[in-house]
Design a protein around this ligand. Structure first.
Ligand SMILES: *[C@@H]1O[C@H](CO)[C@@H](O)[C@H](O)[C@H]1NC(C)=O
Ligand SMILES: *[C@@H]1O[C@H](CO)[C@@H](O)[C@H](O)[C@H]1NC(C)=O
Ligand SMILES: *[C@@H]1O[C@H](CO)[C@@H](O)[C@H](O)[C@H]1NC(C)=O
Ligand SMILES: *[C@@H]1O[C@H](CO)[C@@H](O)[C@H](O)[C@H]1NC(C)=O
Length: 216
């Protein structure tokens, strides 16, 4: 006979307590969905029923998947794993931070007439702790010397922060809608670029107010 556990049962509360403690002890990696990244065209987002959020990003030779993070403070970052799939040759993928290679992983060559694209696998830890300063950084994945034109698909990238920062903490959107210059050290967007071009374009380089209407 199956006995249903009541919420008031001590067993339930002990379970809740143990699970709570465990999740604290291990911290929790932040999962960045590839489809929320940048650097690819919308048609590269593929629907995959086994992908987290049911979407993965198709990455082929020379294409870059870029995830922007905005750190509120100096931090230490570890890329715990990349969840990927492939249906083709073995590939070597490179993980970079701000354009500098920090790790790589190899996929095995496996094909199954296209069905293998829906079989996702996690890499081991891609690289150990790397210190990063407060502000904006890009975590990038790209293929090295792609061995076929099919490439790989990336579902998500799991990253942990020594500060225990959460997805919301490092989301650049949060900062942009908040107060970017406040205390974040976030490099402010170069809003002067247009204005500078304007100045260079004119003889004598007189100061020109950055354009704010349609006349420019
Ligand atoms: C991946 O494969 C390449 C070429 O075979 C090799 O040089 C490289 O060390 C491998 N990388 C990893 C992380 O195993
Ligand atoms: C998943 O990765 C593990 C360890 O890297 C490997 O042994 C296994 O063959 C992989 N599975 C698939 C389906 O690629
Ligand atoms: C792999 O790509 C690099 C550039 O990223 C290039 O310098 C190198 O020659 C390539 N290696 C092979 C075996 O094609
Ligand atoms: C992050 O969480 C771990 C595990 O709970 C804890 O040991 C550590 O002190 C926390 N780090 C910070 C900076 O809060």
């Amino acid at each position: 006979m199956v006995q249903t556990l009541k919420l008031s049962s001590p067993v339930v509360w002990v379970l809740v307590l143990v699970l709570g403690l465990l999740s604290k002890v291990h911290g929790s990696p932040v999962d960045f969905q590839a489809e929320s990244g940048e650097g690819f065209q919308v048609p590269s987002i593929h629907w995959r029923s086994n992908a987290e959020g049911r979407q993965a990003v198709w990455l082929r030779n020379a294409e870059v998947l870029s995830i922007n993070i905005c750190l509120l403070q100096d931090d230490e970052v570890t890329v715990d794993s990349v969840r990927f799939s492939r249906d083709g040759n073995e590939q070597e993928a490179v993980v970079s931070i701000d354009g500098q290679e920090v790790g790589s992983f190899n996929t095995t060559g496996t094909t199954n007439g296209g069905l293998q694209w829906n079989v996702f696998n996690n890499t081991e830890t891609v690289f150990d702790t790397l210190p990063l300063t407060a502000g904006q950084h890009a975590i990038e994945v790209t293929l090295r010397n792609a061995t076929d034109s099919w490439g790989i698909e990336i579902d998500q990238i799991s990253v942990s922060f020594a500060s225990n920062a959460t997805l919301a903490d490092v989301s650049c959107e949060e900062l942009v809608t908040g107060s970017p210059e406040a205390t974040t050290g976030l490099p402010t967007e170069d809003t002067t670029a247009e204005g500078k071009e304007e100045v260079e374009g004119k003889e004598g380089g007189e100061i020109v107010e950055p354009c704010s209407d349609e006349s420019c």
